[in-house]
Design a protein around this ligand. Structure first.
Ligand SMILES: Cc1cc2nc3c(=O)[nH]c(=O)nc-3n(C[C@H](O)[C@H](O)[C@H](O)COP(=O)(O)OP(=O)(O)OC[C@H]3O[C@@H](n4cnc5c(N)ncnc54)[C@H](O)[C@@H]3O)c2cc1C
Length: 398
């Protein structure tokens, strides 16, 4: 083994796509990320470059103008992008989840209406489950869609934490429709809300108030969304029938978990690269700090975590691509990759000594980005719930 996080068995096309993305990351993202992040500036030139490379349509089938690639290809691209700057991977993440949900669950009309424009990046997706009072407890959603005549609904309520809320033009929003089902999650429905990009009242009854100020994950916009009497046609219900929204969203976040795992792998790799370089440049007590056993062992631990996380992520992606159920594998990957990412990032930060605390050093940004991965697409506690539920199903005592 020479380098960390190599993936065996890739096709020529996958290898070529990844080489292009890595080169783009090294030339366009890494040199600009720190400045853009500190200015909290939207990385428009980088996003345009990703569009030119076809990254918005990576997993959209070729018949709709996409590249028709696998989840594995997508996840490996995300790993590369996050190695450069996590926010850039966040730009395509929600887009990818919404395109995936439409591909899997949309009506033919919805696929024709959205997928070709999503493949080019002309339509950009955001997905919205969370509300001010809930994130983990999705079935408790309060935003309502009430029937308004035979062919429409009126939506009222407040959604929270929309990644790409302002820059997106299509929001997949999970809301409550009264289907009269005794199980709360069976009364949830996903609406596809097409809107202009921007802030303020972007459509009658749809307001994106402002960009939220965050600890990290800067540059990219995270917003609230307020529905106030928004009238939605029934044809905007994902899949055409109400009451299936919870299942649609859970399918979406399952692939989203592989994506978050990939982001964690990318950040951990970058933290390792920075740590192993600095450890050879900085000397104390007459020798490079890499020659002190404590630091060398720390590097060994970091590298082992980077490698293990990559393997778990690749396994979860390949399982999904094979058509197998991957809830447990995706949950395990998300749990392990995000926790290891936080640990590796902190170990690299320690290796940097006082300079790690300086805004001139990249590790400072990674230290603020990594914690989000412990939360997004379900916290570690929620992953443990999913994993244990799956295990108890599989290993049920007779
Ligand atoms: C920057 C950012 C971007 C985001 N982007 C999006 C987005 O695009 N779309 C979207 O829908 N959401 C998004 N989210 C929301 C995110 O998914 C939620 O924050 C996350 O699911 C956690 O929900 P919560 O914040 O309500 O925490 P809570 O659910 O209130 O949890 C609080 C704490 O309690 C723990 N906990 C909760 N329930 C249990 C339990 N049953 N057992 C044990 N522990 C439990 C949690 O693990 C956590 O530690 C984003 C969040 C952030 C910070």
């Amino acid at each position: 083994m020479t380098r960390l996080a190599q993936t065996l068995g890739l096709t020529e096309i996958q290898t070529e796509i990844l080489a292009n993305v890595r080169s783009f990351v090294d030339k366009q993202i890494i040199p600009n990320a720190q400045e853009l992040e500190h200015a909290d500036e939207y990385p428009q030139a980088i996003v345009d470059g990703m569009g030119e490379m076809g990254l918005f349509g990576l997993m959209i089938p070729e018949e709709y103008g996409g590249l028709g690639e696998s989840l594995l290809t997508y996840a490996l691209c995300v790993e590369e992008l996050a190695r450069g700057w996590m926010s850039v991977s966040g730009v395509i993440n929600t887009h990818f989840i919404v395109a995936y949900m439409i591909r899997q669950h949309g009506t033919d009309e919805q696929k024709q209406r959205f997928l070709p424009r999503m493949a080019t990046g002309e339509v950009r997706g955001a997905f919205s489950m969370s509300e001010p009072e809930l994130g983990s407890d999705v079935a408790a959603i309060k935003t309502t869609a009430k029937r308004d005549g035979d062919d429409g609904y009126v939506i009222n309520g407040q959604k929270m934490w929309l990644t790409n809320g302002g820059s997106s033009t299509l929001v997949a929003a999970l809301v409550r429709t009264e289907e009269g089902h005794e199980k709360p999650h069976k009364n949830l429905t996903t609406f596809l809300v097409e809107k202009p990009a921007g802030f303020g009242e972007v459509l009658p009854g749809v307001t994106i108030p402002r960009k939220l100020d965050k600890m990290g994950y800067k540059g990219i916009d995270t917003t609230e969304l307020i529905f106030d009497g928004y009238r939605a046609p029934a044809t905007d219900i994902l899949g055409g029938a109400p009451g299936r929204g919870f299942a649609h969203m859970m399918d979406g976040v399952e692939v989203g978990r592989v994506n978050v795992s990939a982001r964690a792998c990318g950040i951990a790799q970058r933290a390792f690269e920075l740590g192993v370089k600095y450890a050879q440049q900085r000397s104390t007590f007459g020798k490079p700090i890499a020659d002190h056993q404590a630091i060398a062992f720390s590097l060994a631990e970091m590298a082992t975590k980077v490698e293990a996380a990559h393997l778990m992520m690749v396994n979860a992606a390949r399982l999904k691509d094979s058509g197998e159920r991957n809830d447990v594998a995706a949950g395990m990957a998300k749990y392990l990759c995000s926790e290891y990412c936080a640990e590796v990032t902190q170990a690299s930060f320690r290796i940097h000594g006082g300079y790690g605390y300086s805004k001139e050093f990249e590790i400072e940004r990674l230290m603020r980005d990594a914690p989000f991965l412990l939360i997004g697409e379900g916290t570690s506690e929620i992953q443990k719930q999913i994993i244990s539920k799956g295990l108890l199903r599989e290993y049920r005592a007779q």
